[in-house]
Ligand binder design. Structure first.
Ligand SMILES: N[C@@H](CCC(=O)N[C@@H](CS)C(=O)NCC(=O)O)C(=O)O
Length: 232
C-alpha cells in the first residue's frame, strides 16, 4: 500500500493523479501546510525539504523495509517504474518522457508557482515581479503549445510527463494565462480534464489556491517567512 503525504496543491495532486490512473491502492495522510505540519520531525524524516508531496511505499517490490520518496518528479518516476506503466522502456522514448518531466519540475512548476504567489498571495502588487513571471510562464506555455502541435500527449503515449504537467495548467487563470492563446495546449488540457482518473483526483478540489487564502499572519509566516533555520 502507498501512503501519500498530501495537500491539494499542484505538486500534491501529481502523484494522486498517477495513483488514480494506475488504480494502485493508497491512502492519504493530510499535511496542513498553513499550520506548519510540513516542519514536524516525522515528516522531515521523509521529506527533508519540508514540502509535499512525499510517499511511503509500505510494500516495495522485492520486499524489505518501506521505501520513502520525496520530490514529485522522483515520486512519479518511482511509481511508474514500480507498476511498469506511464514510462516507456525503449531508451529513446524514455528519455523524451524524462526531458519533459524535468522541464515541468524545474521550469513550469517553479515559474508558475512564482506568478501564483505574486498574483494571489503577495500583500502588495509588485509590477516588476508580476510582469517578469507572467512573461516567463507565457513563454513556457508557448513551448508546450508548440510541443503539442500534432501530438496527442507530451511525449509518445500518455506518460508521467502529462501527469506532472496537467496540475500546473489547471490554475492557468491565476497564472495570468488565457488558454485561447495556446490552441494545442488547450486541446490537450481539455482531453486530460475529461479522463476518469482526473475527475476522481479533482473531486472537491475547486481552486488550488483557495484553501490557503486569505491567510492569517501566522500562516503567512509559516509558508513564506522561513529562513535557513527551522523555526516553525
Ligand atoms: N520541488 C518540489 C516542490 C514541492 C512544493 O513546492 N510543495 C509545496 C506545495 S505545492 C509545499 O509543500 N509547500 C510548503 C512549504 O513550502 O512550506 C516537488 O516537485 O515536489
Amino acid at each position: 500500500m502507498i501512503e501519500l503525504y498530501f495537500a491539494a496543491t499542484p505538486n500534491g495532486l501529481k502523484p494522486r493523479l498517477l495513483l488514480e490512473e494506475a488504480g494502485l491502492p493508497y491512502f492519504v495522510t493530510p499535511v496542513i501546510l498553513s499550520e506548519g505540519e510540513q516542519f514536524r520531525a516525522e515528516f522531515l524524516a521523509i521529506s527533508p525539504n519540508n514540502k509535499i508531496p512525499a510517499i511511503i511505499d509500505h510494500a516495495p517490490a522485492g520486499g524489505g523495509a518501506p521505501v520513502t520518496v520525496f520530490e514529485s518528479g522522483a515520486i512519479l518516476l518511482y511509481l511508474a517504474e514500480k507498476i511498469g506503466r506511464f514510462i516507456p522502456k525503449r531508451t529513446a522514448d524514455r528519455v523524451e518522457v524524462l526531458e519533459w518531466l524535468f522541464w515541468q519540475v524545474s521550469g513550469l512548476g517553479p515559474m508558475a508557482g512564482q506568478i501564483g504567489h505574486f498574483n494571489v498571495y503577495a500583500p502588495e502588487k509588485v509590477p516588476y515581479a508580476i510582469d517578469r513571471y507572467t512573461r516567463e510562464v507565457a513563454r513556457l506555455y508557448g513551448v508546450l503549445d508548440r510541443r503539442l502541435d500534432g501530438r496527442e500527449f507530451i511525449a509518445g503515449e500518455f506518460s508521467i510527463a502529462d501527469i506532472a504537467t496537467y496540475p500546473w495548467i489547471v490554475p492557468h487563470e491565476a497564472h495570468g494565462q488565457d488558454l485561447e492563446d495556446f490552441p494545442h495546449l488547450a486541446r490537450w488540457f481539455y482531453a486530460m480534464s475529461r479522463r476518469p482518473a482526473t475527475l476522481r483526483t479533482y473531486r472537491g478540489v475547486e481552486n488550488v489556491y483557495a484553501p490557503r487564502a486569505p491567510l492569517t499572519g501566522q500562516a503567512r509566516q509559516v509558508l513564506f517567512g522561513q529562513g535557513s533555520e527551522l523555526d516553525a
